[in-house]
Design a binder for this molecule. Structure first.
Ligand SMILES: [Zn+2]
Length: 287
């Protein structure tokens, strides 16, 4: 081989390598959209390090994704009740990084319930509600770094979106907590699929949420499925993407059969649309 031909081949080889590296870089960067609003996600860039740093926000550990080469990013869930303004995440070494939470106005929803006890629960119900809330909050706060969370969640049931995330709700004209999930209308018995790999964190039959499943996807990414007619999994089960976990129903505080789906990051309920690959353009949750 002549020297010149060798040089050309060498150059081609280098070009191919550069191309492969750039493709690989694109493939590994799979970040959700930076949406720093109440109920949104702040994607905060972290200082470079060989290992992903431990990150905390309001006392909860935060999901960190990336690599030493592409950099680390904190995928921070922002609670619906967050006050707009400057917020901070904190690294394990005490370093603080600021990000700005912008205001967002969500629409109002007025629901009429004939079961008055579901609007103003009896004292005996309150004890049960408190007990169940503890189970759910424990699941939402759980930190599992054995699982690498998928930052893409598939729609768990087929059907139209019937109520968007974030609505300010009034039950029989009384203000209640905002809608911290997304409702999908489907017939009773419709199969519900796991939107990504997970461990079943809890199941139960709760006062407001009815028959419920909580899935732990790892690093504080938790999803919750409510009002089911049937639960097909038990605590500790490992489920893969698209595995059937239960069936749509109308248990708990509902006006008809549907799936209420909540997605949580660092114990903050966020708009599930932010992690879905096909962003639905209908039913925009705010003006
Ligand atoms: Zn709902």
């Amino acid at each position: 081989m002549t020297n010149k031909r060798f040089q050309i081949l060498q150059l081609l080889g280098l070009l191919l390598l550069a191309l492969l590296i750039s493709f690989n870089t694109f493939a590994t960067v799979n970040l959700p959209k930076h949406s720093p609003v109440p109920g949104g996600i702040a994607v905060v860039d972290l200082p470079s390090s060989t290992q992903p740093p431990a990150v905390f926000y309001r006392g909860n550990r935060v999901l960190v994704t990336g690599s030493e080469q592409t950099g680390w990013h904190a995928i921070t869930g922002i609670a619906l009740k967050a006050t707009p303004g400057t917020h901070h995440i904190q690294l394990g070494n005490g370093q603080k990084i600021a990000f700005n939470v912008k205001p967002k106005t969500y629409k109002e929803q007025r629901i009429t319930l004939t079961n008055k006890r579901q609007v103003n629960p009896a004292p005996m119900d309150l004890e049960r509600i408190g007990r169940e809330k503890k189970v759910m909050v424990a699941a939402f706060k759980h930190w599992n770094d054995q699982l690498t969370p998928s930052l893409t969640l598939l729609k768990p049931v087929q059907g139209p979106y019937s109520s968007p995330f974030g609505l300010k709700r009034f039950f029989n004209d009384q203000p209640r907590n905002p809608h911290s999930g997304l409702d999908i209308a489907a017939a009773e018995g419709s199969p519900i699929q796991a939107p990504a790999k997970a461990i079943v964190a809890a199941t139960g039959d709760y006062f407001f949420n009815g028959k419920t499943i909580l899935l732990d996807h790892g690093q504080g990414l938790i999803s919750m499925y409510c009002h089911l007619s049937e639960i097909n999994v038990t605590k500790g089960d490992i489920v893969d993407t698209k595995d059937i976990i239960g069936q749509v129903g109308k248990t708990g505080r509902v006006t008809g059969p549907h799936l209420h789906w909540s997605v949580s990051l660092n114990n903050a309920r966020i708009n599930p649309f932010l992690l879905m690959p096909d962003k639905p353009d209908i039913l925009e949750s705010s003006e």
